[in-house]
Write a new protein. Structure first.
Lengths: 143, 179, 384
């Protein structure tokens, strides 16, 4: 198995060193005439205004957190669903056990998704009427 | 000194150097990015020990998930380049104590473990064994994990909610209705 | 038999003593430098020709016959272009980001089963490994966008990271359903099980026709893969009309060439994975290519696997080409989705649908013991 990993690693390493190598070789062929205009940030021909590091809405962060939870779920479901076929061949109750555990796992997080949907947390754009409705359902959920 | 030994040594060095940068680099974004090196090194060590599934899971969950969350958090913090945290010796005392305690615990576990079958020439795939463990002896832990995930999800979502009052929204609606 | 074993058989034939490490590097070089990169470059030409066709014009036809050497000329141009980096760009991260993106795209070619005998490495965790490397791409996009000191890049990069990361979930769920009905993560196994059903054989024909849930899952996989590669209708991160060029605005010349290459490599990669796990890889209906026996041999090495491999690679690449063509077709047909429509599509449509498809596929597998519609039909008709 280590041999297989070595093979896979050689692919990744080759791909990762490709950009620096290509750019390095190109350095001998490329012209280099740095000029003020070329070195400023591109903003459709105007001079760049303000800092480039804009403040972001926190919905990006929310999407990342929700993704993280579902990602862990998928990663944990892989080994369990892998043996679903094998469990079916073994017998009825083992298959049911695997099925029930895997889908209890899935179901709990699905309930989480439904909760977020209802309280409007996974909406990207929130207009006032929607937000009012969501605020109501949030307060009801908090009780 | 086989190729595998060299690889593991490289992973150790990479992990240590990256962790050093994460902890001590003055620019917090560089610290977050050097975490990539540390996490990938750990994945490499898992692979070298024959835990194939765990190595890939490390890449998916840590590098593809947790690191993205950390980077988003760092990139969204206001004036992240201007913030300075504790200055002087106070910056190092408490983390040093905590790190020392954790190091002692990990060293004890590591030195007391049975490493005899690490140098096996051929490892077996582990994903199936993990699966049977998760639905067998560790089924309760498996379900517990999902409850913890759910609580994390809901907690994050509640914390990230904007703080608006019902009255504010009502006023906004009537104002937009009048326009 | 993996490519390494095939090459080591060749090694024994030729009588040299080159160690296996060299063979693994050789297989990486062959697949990446001689397949993925040229085909990726060719896709840039193909894209322009296909676009021209849809827009009723001719497209590149000057360089070489039918303009076929256009991508070559483009590559040389990009290679020789001046590399102007803006003053305030973050050098280290700027240089590091394309490596991440390319490592994510090309690294996963290690597990693509081109034929029954030729696969870079038949890892037991094949598809899972491919997914793990795909998650590096989102990191590369985000870091590349942040390091170029440009607000529009940053917005494009953030949106890109949010999009790639959200659509990994329906992607993962669709792949999970394939694993549920197949019981293996190894790409070779997944394709081998999609043979034409025969009495006593394990084949259950292509996974996309296995059961109705898998059929829908194929389209979910395809849609999620489009979003992962930042292709229209999901190409907001590089929205040409909104953000100049999105996250790769500040990358010029060869650096941009590397990003464009990685985008096409991603498209080809997802098309390869989709052909392998849904469309049956190297299998053709009605006939089992592995039973083809030519009877040629050179010394001790039997040459019929080679001939079979050539046919299998042809079949596989044909399916990949069809999918890549559909991806390009969609690009020049559909308008771009807005950011909130994109997120809604993922979280409110694709994820619930793929959840239920996963449950449906599992129930089907349980009820019919993993048999596909075709196998059930065969049993009903008394064929076996």
């Amino acid at each position: 198995m280590l041999q297989e990993f070595g093979n896979a690693l050689s692919f990744v390493v080759l791909a990762a060193i490709l950009p620096p190598v290509i750019l390095f070789i190109g350095k001998f062929f490329r012209p280099s005439f740095p000029h003020e205009g070329k070195l400023t940030t591109y903003e459709c021909g105007e001079l760049p205004e303000g800092s480039a590091y804009v403040m972001f809405n926190n919905r990006f962060y929310l999407v990342a957190i929700v993704f993280l939870v579902f990602d862990v779920e998928i990663a944990l479901l892989f080994p369990v669903l892998l043996l679903f076929r094998e469990a079916i061949d073994i017998g009825g109750s083992v298959a049911f056990q695997v099925f029930a555990l895997a889908f209890a796992f899935l179901g709990v997080l699905f309930v989480g998704l439904v909760y977020e949907w209802k309280t409007g947390d996974i909406d990207w754009v929130r207009d006032a009427a929607d937000r009012r409705q969501h605020l109501e359902s949030q307060e009801k959920a908090a009780l | 000194m086989t190729l595998v030994d060299l690889f593991v040594a490289f992973c150790f060095v990479l992990g240590a150097v990256a962790a050093f940068f994460t902890a001590f680099h003055p620019n917090i974004l560089y610290g977050a990015i050097s975490l990539i090196g540390s996490l990938v090194a750990v994945a490499g060590i898992y692979g070298a020990l024959g835990a194939d599934f765990l190595a890939a899971a490390q890449l998916i969950i840590y590098v593809g998930g947790i690191l993205i969350v950390i980077l988003f958090a760092v990139m969204m913090s206001e004036d992240i380049y201007k913030r300075r945290f504790f200055e002087g010796a106070r910056k190092y005392i408490f983390p040093a104590i905590a790190a020392g305690v954790i190091f002692a615990g990990l060293a004890r576990i590591t030195l007391g473990a049975d490493w005899s079958d690490v140098t096996k020439p051929d490892f077996e795939p582990t994903a199936r064994a993990m699966g049977w463990a998760l639905v067998g002896p560790y089924a309760l832990v498996f379900q517990y994990v999902v409850v913890v995930l759910l609580s994390g999800l809901i907690g994050a979502v509640i914390i990230a909610r904007p703080a608006v009052k019902m009255k504010q929204l009502d006023e906004e609606i009537t104002k937009s209705g009048e326009e | 038999m993996s490519l390494a074993e095939f090459l080591s058989g060749l090694n024994q034939l030729l009588g040299t003593g080159i160690p296996m490490a060299i063979f693994s590097v050789l297989s990486a070089v062959i697949v990446i430098l001689l397949f993925a990169m040229p085909v990726g470059g060719f896709c840039t030409y193909l894209e322009r020709k296909v676009a021209a066709d849809f827009q009723e014009r001719i497209g590149p036809n000057r360089v070489g016959p039918l303009g076929l050497l256009q991508f070559f000329a483009d590559g040389i141009k990009m290679f020789l272009k001046e590399d102007s980096i803006s003053k305030n760009a973050d050098r280290w991260i700027y240089n590091f980001a394309p490596s991440l993106v390319l490592a994510g795209s090309f690294g996963a070619f290690a597990v693509i089963p081109f034929s029954a005998y030729i696969i870079g490495t038949d890892l037991d965790i094949g598809v899972f490994y491919a997914m793990a490397l795909g998650s590096l791409v989102s990191l590369g996009v985000l870091l590349g966008a942040w390091s170029s000191d440009n607000k529009w890049s940053l917005i494009g990069g953030m949106r890109g990271a949010a999009q790639i990361v959200s659509y990994e979930i329906p992607l993962g769920l669709a792949v999970l359903s394939v694993i549920t009905i197949s019981g293996s993560m190894s790409m070779h196994q997944l394709v081998a099980q999609q043979a034409w059903p025969s009495p006593g054989g394990v084949g259950h024909f292509w996974n996309v026709f296995h059961n109705p849930f898998m059929f829908v899952n194929f389209f979910i996989y395809f849609t999620a893969a489009l979003a992962e590669c930042n292709r229209t209708p999901f190409d907001l991160p590089e929205a040409e009309s909104e953000l100049v060029s999105g996250f790769n605005t500040e990358f010029s010349g060869m650096r941009f060439g590397l990003y464009a290459l990685s985008e096409f490599a991603d498209v080809i990669l997802f098309a390869c994975i989709a052909s392998a796990i849904f469309l049956g890889g190297w299998h053709v209906p009605f006939f089992d290519l592995q039973s083809l026996n030519i009877g040629l041999s050179v010394g001790e090495l039997d040459l019929s696997p080679l001939v079979q491999s050539v046919l299998m690679i042809g079949v596989f690449l044909f399916k990949v080409a069809v999918l890549v063509f559909v991806v390009m077709w969609l690009r020049w047909t559909l308008p771009r989705l807005r950011v909130d429509q994109l997120m809604n599509l993922c979280w409110k449509y694709l994820i619930p649908i793929s959840f239920f498809n996963l449950i449906g596929a599992a129930v089907w597998t349980w009820a019919f013991e993993g048999r596909s519609i075709l196998q059930l039909l065969g049993q009903v008709l008394g064929v076996y």
